[in-house]
Design a protein around this ligand. Structure first.
Ligand code: G3P
Ligand code: CA
Length: 298
């Protein structure tokens, strides 16, 4: 007997969501990324629990070995206008350099070691090969995976980087990843900035947008705020700490996707699935797959 993990209300009809439908064949799943009755596994900054975040090594691990559905990419922009994958506005935490990304050229950033910090911070997962890893550009990520991966891209600090959205859309076009050339949901755009998402919508109205949200905001969510959000976004990406059974139901009743971040502990993964989320951002994509398999057996 499959265990029910959530309830989806679509156009007034209540549709029970079970692992029976979520666990359809891999082929089917590949083509159902936006379906609200499936659960997606989003590798947060790549396999960032096991390898240095936002390096090609972390992406490769999540994509090939941990079998995540999406590679999550945070974007920053260099002084010479190149989009790179990095979470912070400065290089301090994740490289051996210091200073703001916006004040450095790509050539300067490419000289930095983006892997050694991980070995120091995570001795249990340290590997010699992580030393000297480089910060990837968005172009390099797309050159590597092309249409063979799904991307969940965040415009970070868009107010610091005027023109970031236009560059992102041009980069997608250059790699044949515009919304008209990929399967629905293969490229998702996420941001905490509503303004940034609206810019993306103006540039390509068909790209699915996800509004990120902190815990306090999702806790205070109202039907009116969701009405507004639904005018531009297909889903919400809130901190999992702000989700309850009740607000999850309120969000899901509208058919919105719900992808909480960053869900790393098994117990939290189970709780999120029981509430009825449609995916999670996690540093441990393998763990989330395992939790889904275990819950399916119950
Ligand atoms: O994009 C979802 C989640 O990654 C948001 O938080 O700070 O890890 O980018 P952050
Ligand atoms: Ca992010």
């Amino acid at each position: 007997m499959m265990k029910q993990i959530g309830v989806t209300v679509l156009t007034g009809a209540i549709v029970a969501t079970s692992f029976g439908s979520i666990d359809a064949s891999a082929h089917q799943q590949k083509h159902r990324l936006l379906d609200p009755d499936r659960v997606v596994n989003i590798a947060h900054r790549g396999a960032s629990g096991y390898a240095p975040e936002h390096t090609m090594t972390a992406y490769q691990l999540s994509h090939k070995k941990l079998k995540a559905d999406y590679i999550e990419i945070d974007l920053q922009m260099t002084k010479d206008g190149k989009l790179i994958a990095m979470h912070d506005e400065t290089v301090d935490r994740t490289t051996n350099g210091t200073g703001a990304v916006k004040d450095k050229t790509l050539a300067e950033i490419k000289r930095l070691d983006a892997g050694s910090w991980f070995n120091t911070a995570n001795p249990e997962y340290a590997k010699a090969e992580y030393k000297g890893l480089r910060v990837p550009t968005l172009d390099e990520i797309f050159d590597t995976y092309g249409k063979h991966a799904n991307y969940y891209i965040e415009t970070k600090s868009p107010e610091v980087y005027p023109g970031m959205e236009e560059k992102l859309l041009k980069t997608l076009q250059r790699h044949g990843l515009s919304s008209d050339r990929v399967k629905p949901g293969q490229v998702m755009i996420q941001s905490f900035s509503q303004e940034s998402l609206l810019k993306v919508k103006q540039l390509d109205a068909r790209l699915p947008l996800v509004q990120l949200m902190d815990a306090a905001t999702v806790k205070a969510m109202t039907p009116e705020a969701l009405d507004q959000l639904q005018t531009y976004a297909v889903g919400l990406g809130p901190s999992f700490k702000g989700l309850t059974r009740e607000n999850t139901a309120m969000i899901r009743e509208r058919g919105l996707l719900l992808h909480p971040y960053t869900v790393n502990e098994k117990a939290d993964m189970e709780r999120m699935l029981e509430y009825g989320v449609t995916g999670v951002f996690t540093n441990y994509a393998d763990r989330f797959n395992e939790v889904m398999r275990e819950m399916k057996k119950k």
